[in-house]
Design a protein around this ligand. Structure first.
Ligand SMILES: [Zn+2]
Length: 239
């Protein structure tokens, strides 16, 4: 019933017909109906993921901090950034982190024709694979907005679409390490996937510092809950 209303609202708003899974932008619905899409995995594990890099101005700070904390994560890279910054893209992979794809350009699928969505996804996957030497298993669409064409294309290319189940709202100009942790606290728990950003290329300038500054606190919280923090590869998301 509720799902029907959401879909009807999307149609009424004049959203393109191929952009049906609008309800995926509603976190509660996503968790309930698509646990894999929401990144819900093993109950003893929390997945740590970063979007929008690689960025030579910011990603190295994340690599250093993750190394200091002894944590591996999954980096959803933009093809355009991996193309421009191949050295840092390769460094992320060489540090033992998992590489995933976040499209080539950072465009919403909802406002692009299906052919362009498919091309951008494929170009992003190829570029990231080439720059890192790692074939991505996971795809996350920019802004978390999915179209049918995009969802099906990702599946056809052999990847799985994964969004998130907890975020730090680290992209806003007001974000601080404390605000990121407070936001994460709302949803942090067994089996969740955490979304942060290792680049501010699509966010408020300087906002990466809020995510970076929150990492040690996140590690403490996850450990205090008796959970393990790691990449999606270890998260055991059901098929
Ligand atoms: Zn993004």
């Amino acid at each position: 019933m509720r799902v029907g209303r959401v879909l009807a609202a999307g149609a009424a708003a004049g959203v393109a017909a191929h952009a049906v899974p609008l309800l995926t932008t509603r976190e509660s619905l996503r968790r309930r109906y698509w646990p894999g899409l929401a990144g819900l995995g093993r109950p003893d594990h929390v997945a740590l993921t970063f979007d929008d890099g690689p960025d030579p101005a910011t990603t190295p700070f994340f690599l250093d901090e993750l190394d200091r904390l002894g944590v591996k994560a999954t980096f959803f890279m933009l093809g355009i950034n991996a193309d421009a910054h191949r050295t840092i893209a390769a460094e992320v992979a060489a540090a033992g982190h998992e590489i995933a794809a976040h499209s080539y350009h950072h465009r919403s699928q909802l406002f692009s024709p299906p052919g362009r969505v498919r091309d951008d996804i494929l170009r992003g996957i190829h570029t990231v694979a080439e720059a890192t030497g790692q074939m991505p298993r996971w795809f996350r669409p920019p802004f978390g907005t999915l179209s049918n064409a995009g969802f099906l294309a990702v599946r056809r290319f052999g990847l799985r679409t994964v969004l998130w189940s907890a975020w730090g709202k680290d992209w806003t100009p007001e974000a601080t390490p404390e605000s990121v942790l407070a936001e994460l606290d709302r949803d942090l728990g067994p089996g969740v996937t955490v979304l942060l950003h290792d680049s501010d290329c699509a966010s408020a300038p300087g906002s990466w510092k809020a995510a970076h500054g929150a990492l040690a606190g996140l590690v403490d919280r996850v450990a205090a809950a008796g959970l393990k923090l790691g990449p999606l590869a270890d998260h055991g998301i059901a098929a």
